[in-house]
Design a protein around this ligand. Sequence first.
Ligand SMILES: CC(C)(COP(=O)(O)OP(=O)(O)OC[C@H]1O[C@@H](n2cnc3c(N)ncnc32)[C@H](O)[C@@H]1OP(=O)(O)O)[C@@H](O)C(=O)NCCC(=O)NCCS
Length: 189
Amino acid sequence: MNINLPLQTQRLILRDFTKSDWQGVHSYACDPEVVRYEPFGPNSEEDTKSFLQRQIKLQRQQPREHFGLAVTLKDNKQFIGSCSISITNQDQREASIGYDFAKEFWGQGYATEAARKLLHFGFQQLNLHRIFATSDPKNILSMRILVKIGMRQEGYLREYEWVKGEWRDRLLYAILEREWIQMQIRNVE
Ligand SMILES: CC(C)(COP(=O)(O)OP(=O)(O)OC[C@H]1O[C@@H](n2cnc3c(N)ncnc32)[C@H](O)[C@@H]1OP(=O)(O)O)[C@@H](O)C(=O)NCCC(=O)NCCS
């Protein structure tokens, strides 16, 4: 596998985390509204430090299966959020994606731009067959992104996770390599 990071989009850079991203990550991870539908948080400073340590350790994995990436603005290098793609089944060439952005950067299309790039990275560089994501059924903003990047809803996972003292449902979305290729062809035409 020949991995080329960082990734670039029109407005963003998606790069490996460094220790100095601590404040950037903490600024969203301690925000109750941002982590509302996430299994983690709101983070203490210790939680954020151990998250970053884990992410940095995983960068050395061979072969690498988890790509937790800092999202920064191309213009001024401002940290705005995180996204990830994780191989869940190497043999079946399957991975999942996720993202979290600081609230002040919502509503500007950054998350959609980053998520699109994760699909590109997954299909082009990681040679995946299928990429999926799950979302809390109440997380309208996240589900909108998944549809915009071409994923289809595949299922409703009832009481799938025990999170923050309650069972939570998840909606399952996915896109196949051939569907992604068709989308690229349509966009060029
Ligand atoms: C989920 C989350 C990333 C969505 O953020 P978001 O800001 O709504 O998503 P985007 O950055 O893609 O922005 C989309 C909106 O920006 C608007 N926008 C403004 N300028 C834009 C531009 N240049 N390009 C595209 N969209 C633009 C769009 O109109 C779009 O709104 P719409 O969907 O109503 O059309 C964010 O709410 C978040 O971090 N939530 C907490 C963490 C979380 O729940 N993660 C998901 C776990 S499954």
